[in-house]
Design a protein around this ligand. Structure first.
Ligand SMILES: [Zn+2]
Ligand SMILES: [Zn+2]
Length: 176
């Protein structure tokens, strides 16, 4: 492996992990099965840990395995770099999501850049919805413009109101 391909693999892994986290958050964590762990993150936390933290434990495993395989298992340097990329993403994710947005550790960081403000606000908008359905902004390090998200949130709330009305009229007509 050339000296450049290691850092390149690390950076590429961080980008791929953001895409992977988006897909997982949207289609697994907010699905029937994934919600059992993720729901705790959309509720008020009691104590420092929440069941949703189990996802972080699960994702630490492939990272540890890849680093171990690269260093001791003869898998090649690529495994170490990819494993390190997963770990670095985990650290960035924890710093941004758990510390800065959710304040799980004390800090004095105030988001000032347009990008930083946007991703913090986008994740707060994700938490505007406490139910499994109807949330917006599933990404972490990338987010659409806040106005776009607010629009989507409004549309999904209106759709849910319509669905609820539809359900209740169907229900009342059943009773008649
Ligand atoms: Zn969520
Ligand atoms: Zn969150």
């Amino acid at each position: 492996m050339s000296w450049l391909s290691g850092p390149f693999l690390l950076a590429a892994t961080i980008l791929v992990m953001e895409g992977f986290a988006y897909v997982l958050h949207r289609f697994v964590m907010h699905s029937k099965w994934g919600w059992a762990w993720h729901e705790s993150h959309h509720r008020e936390r009691e104590g420092w840990f929440e069941r949703n933290d189990l996802y972080a434990v699960v994702f630490a495993l492939p990272s540890i395995l890849l680093i171990w395989g690269g260093l001791n298992g003869g898998w090649g340097d690529w495994a170490t770099w990819v494993g390190a990329g997963v770990a670095v993403y985990g650290v960035i994710y924890f710093g941004f999501h758990d510390v800065i947005v959710h304040g799980r550790l004390p800090h004095r960081i105030v988001p000032r850049s347009t990008y930083f403000k946007r991703i913090v606000q986008a994740h707060k908008l994700h938490h505007a919805v406490e139910s499994r359905d109807g949330a917006v902004s599933y990404g972490f390090l990338y987010a659409p413009r806040v106005e776009v998200l607010k629009q989507a949130l409004k549309a999904s709330a209106e759709a849910r109101v319509r669905a609820a009305k539809g359900a209740s009229t169907a229900h009342s007509s059943e009773r008649v």
